[in-house]
Design a protein around this ligand. Sequence first.
Ligand code: SF4
Length: 231
Amino acid sequence: MKAADIEKEIKNISSFCDEDYIKIIREVGFVCDLCGKCCTSEFNDHVFLLDDDAQKIIECTGREFLRPAPYFDLCDNLGRFYVMGYALKTKPNGDCIFFRNGRCEHYEIRPRICRIYPYMLHREPDDLGNFEFRQISGLDLHGLYHNEISEESCKVILKSVKEYESGFQRQKLEFIREIGRYFKENNLRNSQQMYDRMMREYNKGKAIEVNIFFLGNFEKEIISKQINNPE
Ligand code: SF4
């Protein structure tokens, strides 16, 4: 992950043609029918939280539903992990912790990613290897498709998607910059070897230290697989 690449991606998102994206929204015509499938492990293994999502959830429910986002970004040479944000906890079966009795128990404060799903902007290579934005989230496998979406709704979706996607990249960029500064200041280095070793220990049940980037600082948590999924 290089800062320059992320900056480029942010520009790509903001310059992505609104009309083209609205065309995709119209073609997909997705309407949520509250089937709840996207809240289960069948579709998603975690719900990543932008900082403002995490703030809102902390204000309304406390921190008990938060965990460091899985797939830690890196590990220092002393065996401490770093990750760019929080995620919602999952139940032992992998479903979202807020998913109860077939419904979102905290629908009013559901994270941004849940609000835009399945209209995320994914960049994928086309047949010629050129990267294009595409919408690819479980098409036709959940919710209702091929409905008529009003111009006004298309614009709202477009705005929310661009805000989420660029917000995600900005959080990543701030994380990368802070990691660079923090490692330099503390004479640390990124170690893939240590990452692999500590993950093996973690998978065996050993507690590990994870530093979560949140609101410009790192918050330290000691976690183990059991603590991570208390239910
Ligand atoms: S926060 Fe709510 S809407 Fe989002 S995945 Fe969890 S249960 Fe579903």
